[in-house]
Design a protein. Structure first.
Length: 299
């Protein structure tokens, strides 16, 4: 009989690539992981790993066992979710990853609400962009991810991941109040603050500018929207940012609409069936209720 805990180690090795990465993710020592995988080989009666230099790779038998093991572990997770849903209890720990502006403007009120309503539930928060958090969700590093999608720039749909849209976040033009400009075509000659090249936000922002008839002159590049807004606040640049970036908290800037009133969609993601977990459902409800943005999306 194969041991499920050792089977999980093999599956994690296939996902993370190295024994050291498995050990770090699961709080084992590398030697303990190697020892448990050696025991799994004896249990299976097959050679599962072969050395390549200082690393190891799966044999055909190892790949077969990983394929079956993923199904087994998914079934066990689904069984656990079903039992948790049947019990209806809201407690334990939920591991949440969210992008920066959600952490800054939405999550504080969410966490306060959760502590008041569900004191036995603990929410662990990690600030992480969707490009990293969504793959991490699939390998079990998080239970819930809050992610963003810019117009025309959807994330790849990952197998085994369920999604719910929770917020529509307006995208705005933010300019120094002293400039008097309010429309995108009025800032064609201005310097811009934008996210780095290759990000969905940068691609969207450049398309907006080009649709208005000009190529943006980007002089300030940062993934931190607060840095972008500080540049606007000091009359050094203009920026295209979501409402959740909270431009309203800066006294020397003015935020205005963009053509077509575009929105950034914010969604929650879990592994398949995760929204049935009462703690996760309570957390998502709190996110919808705490958002300062008016266009919240019903479940």
């Amino acid at each position: 009989m194969l041991d499920v805990r050792r089977l999980r180690l093999l599956v994690e090795l296939s996902r993370r690539g190295t024994i050291a990465a498995v050990a770090q993710a699961l709080a084992y020592s590398p030697s303990a992981v190697s020892q448990q995988l050696a025991v799994l080989e004896k249990e299976s009666g097959s050679k599962l790993l072969e050395p390549i230099g200082r690393r190891v790779r799966l044999t055909p038998a190892g790949e077969l066992l990983v394929e079956r093991g993923e199904r087994i572990l998914t079934e066990l997770e689904q069984a656990s979710i079903a039992l948790e849903a049947a019990a209806g209890s809201i407690g334990g720990t939920v591991r949440l990853a969210a992008f920066q502006s959600a952490v800054l403007t939405v999550l504080p009120q969410v966490l306060i609400s959760m502590r008041r309503q569900h004191p036995s539930l603990h929410v662990e928060v990690t600030e992480m962009e969707p490009e990293q958090s969504l793959p991490a969700l699939t390998v079990g590093d998080f239970d819930v991810v809050l992610a963003e999608e810019y117009p025309g720039r959807p994330h790849v749909r990952l197998a085994g991941v369920d999604r719910q849209n929770v917020i529509e976040d307006r995208l705005q033009l933010v300019v120094p109040a002293a400039w008097g400009a309010r429309r995108i075509e009025q800032v064609a000659d201005a310097e811009f603050a934008m996210e780095p090249v290759g990000t969905a936000a940068r691609e969207w922002a450049e398309i907006v500018c080009r649709s208005a008839g000009f190529e943006p002159r980007v002089m300030y590049t940062s993934t931190d929207l607060q840095i972008q807004l500080r540049m606007v606040d000091h009359a050094l640049a203009v920026a295209l940012v979501p409402e959740l970036a909270d431009a309203a908290s800066y006294q020397r800037v003015v935020a205005g609409p963009l053509p077509g009133d575009p929105v950034r969609r914010i969604f929650a993601a879990t592994r398949a069936g995760g929204f049935d977990r009462p703690p996760v459902a309570a957390l998502i409800a709190a996110v919808r209720g705490a958002s300062p943005v008016t266009r919240q999306v019903e479940a």
